[in-house]
Design a protein around this ligand. Structure first.
Ligand SMILES: C[S@@+](CC[C@H](N)C(=O)[O-])C[C@H]1O[C@@H](n2cnc3c(N)ncnc32)[C@H](O)[C@@H]1O
Length: 233
């Protein structure tokens, strides 16, 4: 396992990647990638922004073919979602726990926790992912920032018993998997009053078809800058 962590941490991200972004989308993308992805790691000495393409997974967990590669959410999208959900739930916010399904290297959990601390909130925050080396990196990142262990669990989303996180749940998804898996997750969430924050919301219709209503929608010039928030309350 430590070998895996080492190898994943060693994946290089450099000027050539910024050049590729510039060629694909102009100056907007590299500037915003730096501000909302790379800078977080420079500031906290964490390892969250480098991608893990599926070809670099050393084992193939169940449902591998339905999953999306690892890349991190942008800091501003997480912070903005926090503000909106906190204002939507108002005093009920404290009754909810937070779960990033497909948490990867743990950035969303870390940023959500930072926002909770800033606002004096005591919410329980969890991350689940189906790939053990990512869970190990998430734990390491979290303890670098908070000097304590985070709640990161090795779970396939389709096998997760959401009761273990409580009845009322704020779910975070950054387009982790296809609609086949999303449908199974929605089935498992059926009895849970929940708010779903969906970044890069490719399969939002599956959530709407499960009885959720859109509460907030933000369209951006790049999928990383698009978030839909839905609820079944
Ligand atoms: C785009 S990344 C999102 C990472 C993180 N949520 C973030 O926003 O920074 C998608 C993650 O979903 C995970 N994933 C894909 N399919 C999964 C499944 N069936 N169960 C749990 N995790 C899964 C991948 O390993 C990957 O880390």
């Amino acid at each position: 396992m430590p070998n895996n962590i080492h190898q994943l941490s060693e994946l290089k991200f450099g000027l050539i990647d910024y050049w590729r972004m510039f060629k694909a989308r102009g100056i907007w993308l590299p500037v915003n990638y730096f501000r909302h992805a790379h800078l977080f790691d420079l500031r906290y000495k964490t390892n969250t922004h480098t991608w893990l393409p599926k070809d670099n997974f050393e084992e193939k967990p169940d449902n591998f073919e339905h999953g999306f590669m690892y890349m991190c959410s942008w800091t501003n999208e997480i912070q903005n979602s926090f503000k909106i959900v906190k204002s939507l739930l108002a005093t009920d916010f404290d009754d909810y726990s937070f779960v990033d399904i497909g948490c990867g290297k743990g950035k969303v959990v870390i940023v959500w926790k930072q926002e909770c601390l800033r606002e004096g909130k005591q919410q329980a925050v969890y991350g689940i992912d189906f790939y053990q080396p990512l869970i190990a990196i998430a734990k390491k990142n979290y303890s670098k920032v908070f000097n304590e262990e985070g709640m990161f669990l090795l779970r396939d989303a389709t096998q997760t018993e959401f009761n273990e996180f409580g009845k009322k749940i704020i779910v975070y998804l950054y387009n982790p998997f296809d609609e086949i898996i999303l449908k199974q997750v929605m089935e498992r969430l059926r009895d849970h009053p929940s708010i779903i924050i969906y970044n890069n919301p490719v399969h939002a219709q599956v959530i709407i078809d499960s009885g959720y209503k859109i509460l907030y929608e933000h369209k951006g010039p790049h999928p990383n800058a698009e978030t839909t928030i839905l609820s079944n309350l």
